[in-house]
Write a protein that binds this ligand. Structure first.
Ligand SMILES: Nc1ncnc2c1ncn2[C@@H]1O[C@H](COP(=O)(O)OP(=O)(O)OP(=O)(O)O)[C@@H](O)[C@H]1O
Ligand SMILES: [Mg+2]
Length: 286
C-alpha cells in the first residue's frame, strides 16, 4: 500500500503563467549551489497508478546527466515533474519535493512561469512554432520580458547569439524570415534548443532529443548538447545506450518507477553496481 499523497496538483490559469514575482527572481539569482536538482522522496501517481517511487536524486550543476531505463519505467514522468508539466493533468498527484538550485519548485509562492524560465524542455519531436525562424527564437524571450522594450538591433543580436550557440547561424542567417517548419528535422531540433537560450535557463531537460533524427542529425545534435554543457545543467532521457555513454557524464538507471543506480557514466557502463543495471545495459531486457 502506498501512503496518501500530500499534495494534489491543479492546472494553473493561463494568466498565472505570465505573472512574475520576487520569490522566483531569487531563484534566478542563486546559481552557485553545486546541486542543480535535488529530489527528496518524490512519489507520483496517475490516478491510482503509482509511476514514481521515492526518487532521491542529486543532479550536479553544469553536467550532462542521462536517464536510461526500459520503456514505461518513468523517465519522462520524472523529467516532466522537474518542470511541472505533469500538473496540467488534474489526476496527477505528487508528494516529496524537488528543489532546483535550493528552492522547492512546488512551493505555493513559486510561479509556473518562473519555473519554465529557469528550466527549459526539449521534446522527442522538434516542435517549432509555425512562424519564422526569427520569431521562434524571440517568442520565449518576448513572453518573459513583456515589460521591457527591445530595439530591432537588440532583437537581431538575441537571434544571432542564440543561433550561433546552436551552430545554426551560418546556415540560416539569410533566411530568418522563412518558416521554421521548412528546416530539416535536425535543424528544427537545434532551433528548439536555440529558442530556449535567450530566456537564460539554468537547466535544460531533454526527452529523447535525437529519437526523431537520422544518424547524422543525431551526431550533430549530440555534439551541440556536449558544447552546451557547463553553461547549462542538462538532464537527458535516452533509449540509446551508445548515446548515453558518449554524450553524458553521469547516468541514472531507472526500473519500474525507481532509481536503481546513479553513477559516473563510465563507471555505470563498465562496473555497474546492480545486477538489474548490468542486465539492462547488456541488452537482456528493455
Ligand atoms: N499521462 C499519463 N496518464 C496515465 N499514465 C501515464 C501517463 N504518462 C505515463 N503514464 C504511465 O506511467 C508509466 C511511466 O511512463 P513514462 O512515460 O514516464 O515512461 P518512460 O520511461 O518515459 O517510457 P518510454 O521509454 O516509453 O518513453 C507508464 O506505465 C505509463 O503508462
Ligand atoms: Mg518517455
Amino acid at each position: 500500500m502506498t501512503s496518501a499523497p500530500l499534495i494534489t496538483l491543479k492546472a494553473d490559469s493561463v494568466d498565472g503563467l505570465y505573472k512574475m514575482n520576487n520569490t522566483a527572481q531569487q531563484i534566478q539569482d542563486e546559481p552557485n549551489s553545486e546541486l542543480a536538482i535535488h529530489t527528496t522522496n518524490l512519489n507520483l501517481w496517475y490516478g491510482t497508478f503509482q509511476a514514481l517511487f521515492d526518487i532521491n536524486l542529486d543532479i550536479k550543476q553544469g553536467r550532462i546527466t542521462s536517464l536510461i531505463g526500459p520503456s514505461g519505467c518513468g523517465k519522462s514522468t520524472f523529467l516532466r515533474s522537474v518542470n511541472r508539466i505533469n500538473e496540467r493533468l488534474d489526476y496527477v498527484r505528487i508528494n516529496g519535493s524537488i528543489d532546483v538550485f535550493g528552492h522547492d519548485i512546488y512551493a505555493p509562492e513559486v510561479e509556473l512561469v518562473q519555473v519554465r524560465k529557469q528550466i527549459g524542455m526539449v521534446f522527442q519531436r522538434p516542435n517549432p512554432l509555425p512562424t519564422s525562424i526569427r520569431e521562434n527564437i524571440l517568442y520565449g524571450h518576448k513572453l518573459h520580458n513583456r515589460e521591457q522594450k527591445y530595439s530591432r538591433d537588440d532583437e537581431n543580436d538575441i537571434v544571432e547569439q542564440a543561433l550561433r550557440q546552436v551552430l545554426l547561424w551560418e546556415k540560416v542567417k539569410d533566411r530568418l524570415k522563412r518558416k521554421a517548419t521548412d528546416l530539416s528535422l535536425e535543424e528544427q531540433q537545434k532551433l528548439c534548443i536555440a529558442r530556449l537560450l535567450p530566456v537564460k535557463p539554468q537547466v535544460l531537460l531533454m526527452d529523447e532529443p535525437c529519437s526523431a533524427l537520422d544518424p547524422k542529425g543525431t551526431a550533430a545534435v549530440e555534439e551541440l548538447i556536449w558544447e552546451l554543457r557547463e553553461q547549462y545543467t542538462i538532464l537527458m532521457v535516452t533509449h540509446n545506450m551508445a548515446q548515453a555513454r558518449r554524450a553524458s557524464e553521469e547516468c541514472i538507471f531507472m526500473l519500474m518507477g525507481k532509481v536503481v543506480e546513479h553513477s559516473d557514466t563510465a563507471e555505470l557502463f563498465v562496473t555497474p553496481k546492480h545486477k538489474e543495471t548490468a542486465d539492462y545495459i547488456e541488452g537482456r531486457y528493455g
